[in-house]
Design a protein around this ligand. Structure first.
Ligand code: ZN
Length: 407
């Protein structure tokens, strides 16, 4: 009889080493020799793992390059034709789906304008589920899994605890419903502002800087990255920037309070104040110096600055990244926003804060939703390389890549 712990050694170590190599490759591409140096593994170990990953089409090894003395090296990166992760975003006024390869490159994308407030939860989920096979069919590559971004606080079991702008989804489990519609074992679910923050963190993992990501949609949210980790709060409610009070007796808000940031800086309020039907026309109006448009974005920047200054004074985070609508309106809102932060944030007198525009714009959350799936696969490589680990655990069987095609 063998002890239950006896066989753990070899495949556990191999899986651990595999995880090291995969996470290191997410930080940046590199040759076998560079990966050995960066992970502290032997060149032989790295080569054995890389051989398996290349054979499974998970990694792609480039042509030899002469980079100084010694043998030419070949750079390794994730295979763009290999497995992809699918991100889905259900927001107040649109539904988006994208497929992202393991390098983090968006390979296929759908963005459908739709008023999800009017629909019951099952129809909202059904619309999202219809888009997934379209994106998948365009690529024909194996899918690792699906992640979902939602505009509200997400609790245990993926329950949408609170979504003031999508009240018909509150209390529902949209991830579970989407998984059922797609025939998948699970769908990972997270708040859209948190995913915008994670998308930025994963796109520059070597940066390691703490920042707050601000998502401007119909609702306003913030994702806080402290010490290189997302701060979710005890119940997943951290970063509800849209409901920080700017004026105690201000206009009523969907959350039941008054004078929240969202009532000055949310997309619908800004468009109404600017007397513009959509963001495209608002941008045109701003370019021509339209007074209502300028006043509306000034007011949004100012309210956002007052709300953010409270958050920055509590958490002492040096960088603010503006995403969603605020990335598009960056030049229009930053003067008023910067003014408020300089006046109110105590640390700005020491170091000067930095305000940056998210390069992912309105796609940050859906990109982050796909990133959730990639993160899980790289940290638990048995999901990525079922046959690799299986071949170590049971040397006489080799099962196919445990990924699934949808649709
Ligand atoms: Zn509110």
């Amino acid at each position: 009889m063998t002890s239950p712990e006896a066989p753990a050694g070899q495949h556990t170590v191999r899986r651990h080493n595999l995880r090291l190599v995969l996470l290191e490759l997410r930080r940046s591409p590199g040759s076998r020799a560079e990966l050995a140096q960066r992970t502290g593994l032997t060149k032989a170990t790295v080569s054995s793992l890389v051989d398996s990953l290349v054979a499974q089409r998970i990694l792609h090894e480039g042509d030899p390059e002469n980079s100084g003395p010694g043998r030419p090296s070949r750079s390794l990166r994730f295979n763009p034709a290999g497995p992809v992760a699918v991100g889905v975003e259900i927001n107040v006024d649109y539904t988006a789906v994208c497929a992202v390869d393991l390098n983090g490159t968006v390979r296929s994308h759908r963005h459908v304008v739709t008023d999800n407030r009017r629909l019951p939860a099952d129809q909202v989920v059904a619309r999202a589920a219809d888009l997934v096979p379209q994106v998948q069919a365009e690529l024909g590559q194996p899918v690792l899994g699906v992640g979902l971004a939602v505009p509200g606080a997400v609790g245990p079991e993926g329950v949408l605890l609170r979504a003031p702008n999508l009240p018909r989804l509150t209390g529902e489990q949209p991830g579970r419903a989407l998984a059922a519609a797609l025939g998948l074992p699970d769908v990972l679910v997270e708040n859209e502002a948190n995913l915008g923050a994670l998308a930025r963190l994963w796109s520059a993992p070597a940066g390691g800087q703490d920042f707050v990501y601000v998502s401007g949609e119909v609702g306003v949210g913030a994702g806080l990255v402290v010490g290189g980790e997302l701060f979710r709060g005890v119940n997943g409610f951290a970063g509800e920037l849209g409901h920080v009070v700017v004026e105690r007796d201000g206009p009523r808000c969907s959350c039941g309070g008054r004078g929240c940031v969202e009532q000055y800086a949310g997309q619908e309020v800004v468009l109404r104040n600017a007397r513009q039907p959509d963001l495209d026309s608002l941008q045109v109006a701003l370019e021509s110096g339209d007074r209502a448009a300028v006043a509306a974005t000034d007011q949004a920047g100012s309210a956002l600055g007052v709300g953010l200054s409270s958050l920055l004074n509590v958490f002492d985070v040096p960088v603010v990244v503006l995403g969603g609508m605020y990335a598009r309106l960056f030049d229009a809102i930053t003067p008023a926003l910067t003014g408020e932060l300089e006046r109110r944030v105590l640390s700005s007198r020491l170091s000067g804060g930095q305000i940056r525009r998210s390069s992912l714009g309105i796609d940050a959350a859906v990109h982050g939703a796909a990133g959730l799936v990639i993160d899980r696969a790289l940290k638990h490589p048995n999901r990525l390389t079922a046959d690799l680990t299986a071949s170590v655990e049971n040397s006489d069987s080799s099962s196919p890549l445990r990924t699934r095609r949808i649709g």
